[in-house]
Design a protein around this ligand. Sequence first.
Ligand code: P6P
Length: 355
Amino acid sequence: MANAQNEQSLEDRLAEAQALDRDCTTLSRHVLQQLQSFSPDAQDISALMNRIALAGKFIARRLTRAGLVEDALGFTGSVNVQGESVKKMDIFANDVFISVFKQSGLVCRLASEEMEKPYYIPENCPIGRYTLVYDPIDGSSNLDTNLNVGSIFSIRQQEGTDEDGTALDLLQHGRKQIAAGYILYGPSTMLVYSLGTGVHAFTLDPSLGEFILANENITVPEKGPIYSVNEGNFWQWDDSLRDYIRYVHRHEGYTARYGGALVGDFHRILFTGGVFLYPGTIKKPEGKLRLLYESAPLAYLIEQAGGRASTGTQDIMDVVPEELHQRTPLIIGSKEDVALVESFIKEQSRQVTNT
Ligand code: P6P
């Protein structure tokens, strides 16, 4: 009996040690593990990711109290470069990312959905070699109804020193990204990122104030049941997309899920498989989603997770933007599901060519 108790306590102690080790796998420790290096560059990326996590904590804190804090919700009355009405939370979140990188020596320039031109932090520029490209609050239409929103980020090496703020060095394909991820503000706050060595998810433990490792080396299923699209745009789509929707309507095994916020819809696809689509429409032939700070970072992640991201005719990661706020059609998710959508587009273009 004593021996059995000893074995049990040994098992318990082992389980406790493993749980403690997991709880100690914070984001900064994980980044260094991923880079397998303590070089200055590795330390920079670790510090950079820590700053992004800090921004996430600030935004999460504001969101959890938004309904109680005077002036946190609602519109500012201004319109951003996208022609969209700006919410107070958009500005707050945009400014949080700028603030956490001041005096960091890490990031010289920030390019955001909310700013027509990049924001420079001159004191960082002689040292800072990185540019942060981000969408501070994605899905802000969900804010006033307490539904999930997210922040999307991408880290690129700074290659140009343009004085006129055109940031031409940013107009390069998505394979130039050195890291990408998002923060999902949902029932819990999760940070999902990749440095090119797999996709990993962390959950914010508010009692610790730390993002703790939750899922490592996430892989998207080859095929999944979810199709995520705003079917209210059906009347605006090309026939090929209508044919795809008719196909899923008529075949067993598909489930529609659409939350109206890209990060939440993507996160679901990442874990359960399937496809998210935002195709071009009559009103927005190039699509609604932006390339540099929405589609390209998520394309980086999905490829790292074994999936795909396409415009319908080209991999998102290969698209070279012509301007900072360029939009793109987006089809992203499981390999087989993305390929199925592309097959309808290819079939239509074949028919058009043959007529
Ligand atoms: P629609 C939010 O405004 C956003 O940019 C994405 O987060 C989301 O996927 C999309 O627009 C929703 O657009 O036209 O379906 O409301």
